[in-house]
Design a protein around this ligand. Structure first.
Ligand SMILES: Cc1cc2nc3c(=O)[nH]c(=O)nc-3n(C[C@H](O)[C@H](O)[C@H](O)COP(=O)(O)O)c2cc1C
Length: 195
């Protein structure tokens, strides 16, 4: 019996907001019995509707192999609570170990594509279908995808917006500075009209 999701669905027209501010993400992938998870600091939305995203995924990674085999991948958005996990899965290849088993990572099955998705320590996730672009994949390791389902922890993302404050610090998204150093999002500032 798969673990049920505890997240609330995010409308697809709001999915790009989940990564608008450039958080480090976890890329999950599965092809048959093979599954994997890696960290990626380089992702961005490229279209609101349908929601489309570009992620740099090095061609040497096991993740790329599974994505090309299945045509799908998941994007999970870790919070502060998952910093150690994020760095760990970004520091070893799934060709050497099953990272889900090795690091005791609890996965749920995505509702549309059945991808392994992480909710513990995470603030949101998306299931994505690869948009094949052989040139950008080969030349720039950039993989484009369309989001087909999304959900978020309603403590941190509700009514189509992040609401990061002192009440949900463990879910504040993380941003990689390099070498395992991160800063967290959460100091929200509203822009005011200049005139
Ligand atoms: C914080 C962090 C961010 C990373 N960002 C990226 C990235 O944007 N693109 C990428 O290809 N690799 C990135 N990496 C490296 C991969 O996560 C790493 O090569 C991983 O071991 C690949 O796993 P795999 O072979 O199991 O797919 C990052 C690593 C860390 C720790």
């Amino acid at each position: 019996m798969p673990t049920p999701s505890t997240f609330a669905p995010v409308a697809l027209e709001h999915a790009s907001r989940l990564i608008n501010h450039g958080p480090t993400v976890l890329v999950t992938s599965q092809d048959g019995a093979r599954r994997n998870i890696m960290a990626a600091a380089w992702s961005m939305p490229v279209e609101f509707t349908p929601p489309r995203i570009a992620v740099v995924i090095d061609k040497q990674t096991f993740t790329r192999e599974l994505i090309h085999a299945s045509g799908t991948f998941g994007l999970c958005i870790p919070g502060v609570a998952a910093i150690d996990l994020t760095y760990a899965v970004g520091s070893v290849s799934g060709r050497e170990i099953d990272k889900f088993t090795h690091f005791d990572i609890p996965a749920i099955a995505g509702p549309v594509l059945g991808l392994p998705l992480l909710e513990t320590g995470c603030a949101a996730w998306m299931e994505c279908r690869l948009i094949p672009e052989p040139h950008t994949e080969d030349a720039y390791d950039t993989c484009f995808c369309e989001v087909v389902s999304a959900a978020a922890d309603p403590r941190a993302f509700r009514n189509g917006h992040w609401e990061l404050d002192a009440s949900n610090g463990d879910l504040h998204t993380i941003h990689h500075l390099g070498a395992g150093n991160f800063v967290r999002a959460g100091d929200s500032i509203k822009a005011r009209p200049l005139k």
